[in-house]
Ligand binder design. Structure first.
Ligand SMILES: [Mg+2]
Length: 233
């Protein structure tokens, strides 16, 4: 079985896809044969959707449709988005959809929403990560409250038996727009101080920073060494 990582977040819209893309690019650059898997996506409209970004970052292996076998259009929770189209989330397919990707070295799985957001009627992101036996990468956005959100998610992940592999704090467009880092309360100064605080609270974990539209997570993290073999129920 190939190794894999499960990219999750403290909430929706915190930079999971940008993080997954940066991880995939780093691995592909190192010559590792990668696949991306998104078990379900909602809010998918024509254009550069999450599945398409992931597929491109992995070097377009296999079929785009295999990256995310369950796509819904409304930008709401998957089950609600499915219902709006008269469909259902296929819980079995959440688990089986990884099969086309098993002939690779490393699979980057991107969840939907936060760690405890539902993927389907009976499956939370945390449940799927646990069923696949995968370490989670916790992503949060570089905005006020990141220490609390990140510690809460890491603590909850461990409480349900998950291994936390690393943390990535992702800078959003909104933060950059808030101005230069010349004041202690500026977003950039706050983010730097928050990263230091997080490292003090979680000295055992690699903690990376992904700048707005940056290609690379800094400092570099050895993702391959953090990934674990996919388990299949
Ligand atoms: Mg995403």
């Amino acid at each position: 079985m190939p190794n894999a990582l499960f990219i999750t977040g403290t909430d929706t819209d915190v930079g999971k896809t940008a993080t997954a893309v940066a991880i995939l690019r780093q691995l592909v650059e190192a010559g590792i044969v990668c696949r991306a898997y998104k078990p379900v996506a909602s809010g998918v409209v024509p254009g550069l959707s999450d599945p398409e970004q992931l597929w491109q970052a992995a070097g377009c292996p296999g079929l785009l449709a295999e990256v995310c076998p369950q796509v819904f259009h409304a930008a709401i929770a998957p089950e609600q988005a499915a219902r709006a189209e008269g469909r259902r989330v296929d819980e079995r397919l959440l688990r089986q959809g990884i099969v086309p990707h098993l002939a690779s070295d490393l699979i980057v799985v991107e969840g939907a929403g936060g760690l405890f957001s539902p993927l389907g009627p009976g499956t939370l992101n945390a449940d799927l990560a646990r069923d696949f036996g995968l370490p989670v990468v916790v992503v949060d956005a570089a905005r006020l409250g990141l220490i609390g959100r990140t510690l809460a998610t890491v603590t909850a992940a461990r409480a349900v038996g998950l291994t936390v592999a690393a943390i990535v704090i992702s800078e959003t467009a909104a933060m950059r727009a808030n101005g230069p880092p010349d004041r202690p309360e500026s977003p950039a100064a706050t983010a730097a101080a928050s990263l230091d605080d997080l490292r003090r609270h979680l000295p055992e974990l690699p903690i990376g920073w992904l700048g707005y539209r940056a290609d690379k997570i800094a400092p570099a993290i050895n993702w391959r060494s953090l990934a674990a073999p996919v388990q299949q129920a």
